[in-house]
Design a protein around this ligand. Structure first.
Ligand code: SF4
Length: 478
């Protein structure tokens, strides 16, 4: 299969998509931080409760999910055609469209566009795509100061930290930590600042208002791009996005190619699904839409950068391409038992949680992010929560299979699995194995571990005591 004329061996994504260490090592460090777990538990359980309450209000929630999934599947099936339609409509409305094959390409395009304005500062709307490509770092290297205007992103930026949640990037910080960051890094902050949330918000508002009014270039992402009209849409909760999208003279939007939707009517479905699944709101407080340039109203220069960065390769995989349906609501993070314990940093990529575990390895190539498909218990909570019904557990299994198939030499796990498969294929051998397992009742009681070389499995788990009789014995007795 080809996408926009590119072969199946389309270039993989580069940028902030992999960590310095594999997930198990990073997760172990995160698990040793009880404050982090408390913050995560409090935040995810609060959002889960809010979201469940507003979803329960809609009698047609399941039909909406079906509609969202169907629109996304249709979009992916004709992505090249829809992107060309989007390009034509944006250009007709006075915008300029740029195509970026990867993160380096996108960073170069945006940096050159900012340089052409003669400005050395940009304001930013929260955007996963620009985090993915490492745009802030690229702008700073070019002598341009990027200022994040979403409150949580600002906390992360001032703290020289990394986001740990798609929607609530500073979920790992509590208010005492935020006060300390503001005192240390926010220009002009009141030294008497307290950790009272309204006081912290007022400090950020004062700093950001001044910045909004004195900056001529903005960079945004996009939640949706409507092919039919060339309209871009950003949804947010704080109003900072509305400021960035309307006040500056130049607006540069970086959008992943999968964010295109065919028509206005399709948008109606996603504007119902997204707020209820993400923030637990009935509608997004701010939904900003713009089509090209309008004389005397809003930015007079508009550039749209369409980003591939590995998405063509994901699209070429019939099972994995579902990951491109994601509308970044973060519902899967909030229900994931693994995410709730480790937080987002352990995933290494800007995309954490279940969606990160399937998207990042596909963007980079599985071998470059091989631990992520295993960062799941396959409990299925992510599939139940996903507003566009992405079957994350099936993609995880698919990626694990791809990773195993790529291995040239047998591993202890593959040998154990082959032995298990052979045993299950031979009834007598299976019955003998069951008898042996029952004998282990005398060796392995709950709370005890297995002997080497299997002791790794029981290092952090109890060995369940085998039942007194096997199913076959129970059946034969009846
Ligand atoms: S995979 Fe589904 S639940 Fe997770 S962020 Fe994307 S749309 Fe939301």
């Amino acid at each position: 299969m080809t996408f926009l004329g590119m072969p199946t061996t389309a270039p993989r994504g580069v940028g902030n998509l992999r960590g310095d260490e594999p997930f198990p090592a990073a997760a172990r460090k995160a698990l040793a931080n009880p404050q982090l777990r408390r913050n995560l538990h409090h935040a995810t359980s609060t959002i889960r409760g809010k979201s469940a309450a507003v979803i329960a209000e809609l009698p047609d929630w399941q039909q909406l999910r079906d509609a969202g999934a169907a629109i996304k599947a249709d979009t992916m099936a004709r992505l090249p055609e829809l992107l060309e339609q989007l390009e034509a409509q944006v250009s007709a409305a006075g915008g300029v469209v740029h195509w970026a094959a990867d993160a380096n390409d996108a960073n170069r395009i945006v940096t050159e566009l900012v340089r052409a304005t003669g400005q050395d500062r940009v304001i930013k709307v929260k955007s996963m795509a620009t985090q993915e490509i490492g745009l802030n770092e690229a702008l700073e290297a070019a002598g341009v100061e990027p200022v994040e205007t979403d409150l949580a992103e600002l906390i992360v930026q001032l703290g020289h930290d990394k986001p740990s949640h798609i929607l609530v990037p500073a979920i790992h910080r509590n208010r005492a930590e935020i006060r300390e960051i503001f005192l240390r890094a926010m220009p002009g902050v009141d030294p008497a600042l307290t950790d009272d949330p309204p006081v912290l918000a007022a400090a950020a508002r004062r700093y950001l208002r001044e910045t909004f009014l004195n900056t001529k270039v903005a960079v945004s992402g996009a939640n949706f791009g409507i092919a039919e009209t060339g309209t871009l849409a950003v949804v947010e909760s704080e109003g900072n996005g509305r400021m960035c999208l309307t006040l500056p003279e130049t607006l540069i939007t970086v959008m992943g190619v999968e964010k295109v939707v065919p028509t206005w009517q399709d948008l109606e479905v996603f504007l119902q699904l997204l707020p209820r699944a993400s923030t637990g709101e009935r509608m997004n407080p701010y939904t900003s839409m713009w089509t090209g340039v309008t004389a005397g109203d809003g930015p007079q220069n508009f550039h749209l950068v369409l980003l591939d960065n590995g998405r063509s390769a994901v699209l070429a995989d019939d099972v994995g391409r579902q990951a491109l349906h994601c509308i970044r609501c973060s519902a899967c993070l909030n229900v994931c038992p693994v995410y709730e314990r480790t937080g987002g940093h352990a995933y290494g990529s800007v995309y954490p949680g279940p969606i990160g575990a399937v998207l990042s390895p596909q963007l980079t190539g599985v071998e470059d992010n091989a631990s992520l498909p295993y960062a799941s218990s396959l409990c299925g909570a992510c599939l139940d929560a996903c507003p566009v019904k992405i079957d994350i557990p099936s993609i995880l299994v698919h990626l694990r299979a791809e990773h195993v198939a790529a291995k040239k030499r047998p591993t202890p796990e593959s040998i154990a699995m082959a032995a298990a498969a052979y045993t299950m294929d031979h009834p007598r051998l299976y019955a003998a194995a069951q008898r042996a397992a029952r004998l282990s009742r005398f060796a392995g009681r709950r709370g005890r571990g297995l002997p080497p070389p299997l002791n790794g499995w029981t290092a952090s788990r109890d060995l369940p005591e085998p039942p007194k009789e096997t199913f076959r014995q129970w059946w034969a007795g009846r």
